[in-house]
Design a protein around this ligand. Structure first.
Ligand SMILES: [Fe+2]
Length: 546
């Protein structure tokens, strides 16, 4: 969605022509095929900025959306889907979050996985005035879990192959990914939300597999498994179709080589991208520079830069970096001021609790052999067991991006914004941290806001262990290892402003005249009504402008 256009993504049962109707206009698109599935991206253009227009959809002329009142489809109960074009001059209000498993929303599902914060947001929006809605939602990773599967997913797997054979209950191919996305997004309320609230996304590890691209050794081991090639090609290929395509503006999409093939296809038949999609996914996996999943967007007074911190990794010995050269250069160009808020979306928190940060930095030094080969083996083991794989465990990248952030904050890259804010997920708890630097009236505040999970809470005892490790144990250890000559110092310190919270939640970051507001919301079941949880504020923090 931008000021004058909207891209509406659909999956259809069959090869068809999909038409979007809004006001007295209509736009259509031919489906394209991938692995026997059919998709279309309908682009409505020439719209008026700042308008909210209800729309309907037809497939080959037959109405399909919204569901007919007498269809029995629960989706018919919700308000009409709308195209809310961006309003010039309107301060940004953006929801964000990460880590969402797909289980039922009844008592059982809520007992095992807590209340789905995203569905709670959808329920709230369905009854709330549109001017209170977020402008868009940013999903920061682990949108789907391809490794830890739920019962319905396993049932589907069992219906088509022996689940005792590798990869077992994990996903194997594109067909299984398509079903996983179906589970994630076909709940009537979620589908309604996605039909009416603009969204953009970036993967984290579980969209592919836990610890994806943690280290060179991790790559070596996984690539030796005979099912891996099909899995990674399916994971990245389905990501391109289900998540990546919608991240791009129509103009950005037209620069995409594979998308060009789709839109330039002539003739009445459906274009099948299967072979080219697999080829793209394979290349993107083998050579990080071959394809870029990062993107950026300009809003009124805010720039959102979403950087891929998983697939762009360079893992060869001696060249370990979180971002390949192309990605680094791109990020360097995006890290500019001249906006009120520079928002950097990265699935992995850039600023972890300080103790944990140094533990990760130490594990990297250990694993790369700074304390000899036995240390290296231990370091690799530790980093995989405790998930020490964030920016801090890629010190070269951390130091580079920290420098960029400071230069933006100091007004060396255009006028200093009010804030330089990293938005992240992944760690199954939420918090807000701020960099400690000498306060000057014209420098930006550098912040880290984390919202995780949307629906995949840590067990109670794990919450305690995580809090203890992150904030108590790692603190003193971190201080000790930070003194080691082999562990690089961070160029600044930082401290927690708020949190941690462990409940399922969805956050909203908002540009307000008093400063940057960050709110975390959680769904609460009232009077045993599990299907209709109420969205409540879990935390409300205002970061005042300097
Ligand atoms: Fe993750």
């Amino acid at each position: 969605m931008d000021e004058t256009s909207a891209s509406v993504w659909v999956e259809t049962r069959e090869s068809s022509r999909v038409t979007l109707h809004a006001g007295d206009r209509s736009w259509d698109a031919r489906t394209f095929a991938a692995h026997g599935h059919h998709y279309a991206m309908v682009v409505a253009d020439g719209l008026q900025p700042g308008t909210i227009t209800p729309y309907t959809m037809t497939i080959d002329g037959a109405p399909v959306w919204p569901p007919a009142r007498d269809s029995g489809d629960e989706g018919a109960k919700y308000p009409p889907s709308v195209i809310p074009t961006m309003k010039p001059g309107k301060p940004l209000r953006m929801a964000f979050g990460s880590c969402r498993t797909s289980v039922g929303h009844d008592r059982g599902g809520n007992k095992s996985h807590g209340v789905d914060a995203l569905r709670s947001l959808a329920l709230k929006m369905a009854t709330d005035a549109q001017e209170r809605w977020p402008d868009l939602v940013l999903f920061l990773g682990d949108q789907v879990y391809a490794d830890e599967t739920t019962e319905p997913m396993q049932e589907f797997i069992r219906s088509r192959r022996d689940i005792e054979e590798p990869p077992g209950a994990e996903l194997k191919d594109y067909e299984e990914y398509a079903f996983l996305y179906h589970l994630a997004w076909s709940d009537p309320l979620i589908r309604w939300l996605l039909s009416t609230l603009p969204s953009s996304m970036i993967f984290d590890d579980h969209d592919v597999r836990d610890d994806w691209n943690t280290s060179y050794q991790w790559r070596q081991e996984i690539e030796a498994l005979d099912w891996w090639q099909e899995r990674i090609v399916s994971g990245l290929g389905s990501y391109w179709v289900y998540q990546h395509l919608g991240n791009l503006s129509p103009a950005q999409r037209e620069d995409d080589v594979l998308w060009q093939r789709v839109i330039r296809h002539e003739g009445a038949d459906e274009f099948d991208i299967t072979a080219e999609l697999d080829d793209l996914a394979d290349r993107a996996n083998r050579e990080p520079e071959a394809y870029s999943w990062s993107y950026s967007r300009e809003f009124t007074d805010a720039r959102l830069v979403v950087v891929d911190s998983r697939a762009a990794r360079v893992l060869e010995p001696g060249r370990r970096h979180l971002l390949d050269d192309h990605e680094s250069k791109w990020l360097d160009q995006q890290m500019r001021g001249d906006v009120k808020h520079l928002l950097i979306g990265t699935s992995l928190p850039f600023l972890l609790p300080a103790g944990l940060h140094y533990l990760e930095a130490w594990s990297e030094a250990l694993a790369q052999g700074d304390w000899g080969p036995v240390g290296a083996e231990q370091g690799e083991k530790v980093r995989r067991t405790v998930d020490l794989e964030h920016w801090a465990a890629f010190q070269e990248a951390f130091q580079e991006v920290a420098k960029m952030a400071m230069e933006v904050a100091d007004g060396k890259r255009g006028k200093a914004p009010e804030t330089v804010t990293f938005l992240s997920g992944d760690v199954h708890h939420s918090y807000l941290a701020e960099v400690k630097r000498e306060k000057q009236p014209h420098t930006s505040r550098i912040l880290q806001a984390v919202c995780s999970p949307i629906r995949n809470p840590l067990a109670r005892k794990m919450r305690f262990a995580t809090a203890a490790l992150s904030y108590a144990v790692a603190g003193p250890i971190g201080k000790v290892v930070a003194r080691s000559a082999k562990v690089p110092n961070a160029p600044f310190g930082w401290h927690n402003l708020a949190g941690p919270w462990f409940d399922n939640s969805i956050a909203v970051v908002e540009d307000r005249s008093e400063g940057l507001s960050v709110r975390w919301y959680t769904g609460k079941v009232k009077r045993g009504d599990h299907l209709h949880p109420r969205l409540e504020t879990m935390a409300d923090v205002l970061v005042a402008r300097r």
